[in-house]
Write a protein that binds this ligand. Structure first.
Ligand code: SAM
Ligand code: SF4
Length: 338
């Protein structure tokens, strides 16, 4: 493949990683993500079909986008999830197919997902206390999620456990989560809370990742992995432990200059950045059987409007002032994460 065939944005970043949302619907109502009433229910025809997703992925694969992550909403709510996984894995250009899930429906599906060819699973788990889990997700399924996590390990998946650290709500569990990485072959990743919520921006919930780093360092010996490549996490080996620790500082240590991502929403819009309100719809092109070239043009246009960085990258987080003061003025960004 010639360099000019790759998907490159206006700042020279090569985009090689597609976050593909399969639905906006979710069966959880995480207090930092989804309003209690959920997202509006729309006719299923609003969402791209399996065949449309397949065609789009083949086309973007020609531009060197080889890593695909299925997300949502909750991707396992899609009845055709196994068909989608199987179909995507049959595409030659797809080198890695992964899934981010709340794991409430994962247990019964895990072996079929493995057979269908899924490579990796990220599980969102924000508390190791069943009561707090319920307070955060508004769902009483802690044990199902924990069981599914171990089922995924037994099925042979590399598993990442994502915890959004909420100051004053779950930050006292940082060490418990680090211990999970010590005891089990899990990649435990701590995420800063970002203003993506459908539930209102609460800067007082933000705990800068440096605090997480210090707490873990006091109790565990960590060795940083130097080769970060296009991983958004800063990764650490945990001495004597079975798993790893990852720190994702989306706000206080923004990594926009390393970003290799582009996003496709469930209803067929390309978003060049999670924090951007710019979108380029490809649904109509797919539905009107437009040529591959027309779709490639839309994809290249979406890449060309990828911003240099998000608000936090541009405004460089100032460590001296309190995060709350700095983040107070920040506008809340559109919808549900992903
Ligand atoms: N429903 C699936 C899940 O929860 O894993 C996939 C979609 S969810 C939007 C993807 C990831 O985004 C989850 O790990 C979730 O914790 C994270 N997320 C959602 N809203 C967030 C926010 N405001 N700040 C930080 N992470 C957020
Ligand atoms: Fe659903 Fe995931 Fe948002 Fe929680 S974080 S409400 S599980 S989409």
């Amino acid at each position: 493949m010639n360099h000019q065939d790759y998907l490159v944005d206006s700042y020279g970043r090569r985009l090689s990683y597609l976050r593909l949302s399969l639905t906006e619907l979710c069966n959880f109502r995480c207090i930092y993500c989804m309003p209690e009433e959920g997202v509006p229910v729309v006719p299923p025809s609003k969402y791209l079909t399996r065949d449309e997703i397949l065609r789009f992925t083949k086309i973007i694969g020609r531009l060197g986008v080889h890593r695909i992550r299925l997300t949502g909403g909750e991707p396992l709510l899609r009845e055709d999830i196994l068909d989608i996984v199987r179909a995507l894995k049959s595409i030659e250009t797809v080198k890695e197919l992964s899934l981010t899930t709340n794991a409430s429906r994962l247990g019964p599906l895990v072996n079929s997902l493995k057979e269908a060819g899924l490579d990796r699973i990220n599980i969102s788990l924000d508390s190791l206390d069943p009561e707090r889990f319920k307070e955060i997700t508004l769902k009483d399924v802690y044990y199902e999620v924990l069981d599914a996590t171990f089922s995924a390990l037994r099925a042979g998946f590399p598993v990442k456990l994502n915890m959004v650290v909420l100051k004053g709500i779950s930050d006292e569990e940082i060490l418990e989560f680090a211990k999970m990485a010590y005891d089990f072959p899990l990649d435990v990743r701590f995420l800063e809370f970002m203003p993506l919520c459908g539930t209102g921006w609460k800067p007082e919930w933000v705990l800068p990742i440096e605090h997480v780093r210090q707490v873990i360092h006091q109790h565990f010996e960590l060795t940083e992995e130097k080769n970060r490549k296009d991983d958004v996490a800063q990764n650490y080996m945990i001495h004597g432990g079975k798993g790893k620790i990852g720190l994702i500082a989306s706000l206080t240590e923004s990594f926009c200059d390393q970003c290799s991502r582009i996003r496709l929403s469930a209803d067929g819009s390309l978003y060049p950045c999670l924090f951007s309100d710019k979108e380029v719809s490809v649904k109509d092109l797919l539905r009107s059987h437009a040529s591959d070239e027309a779709i490639i043009e839309a994809i290249r246009y979406a890449a060309s409007i990828k911003p240099k960085g998000n608000w936090f990258y541009e405004n460089k987080f100032n460590e001296k002032e309190s995060p709350i003061e700095q983040l107070q003025s920040h506008p809340m960004i559109r919808s549900i994460g992903g």
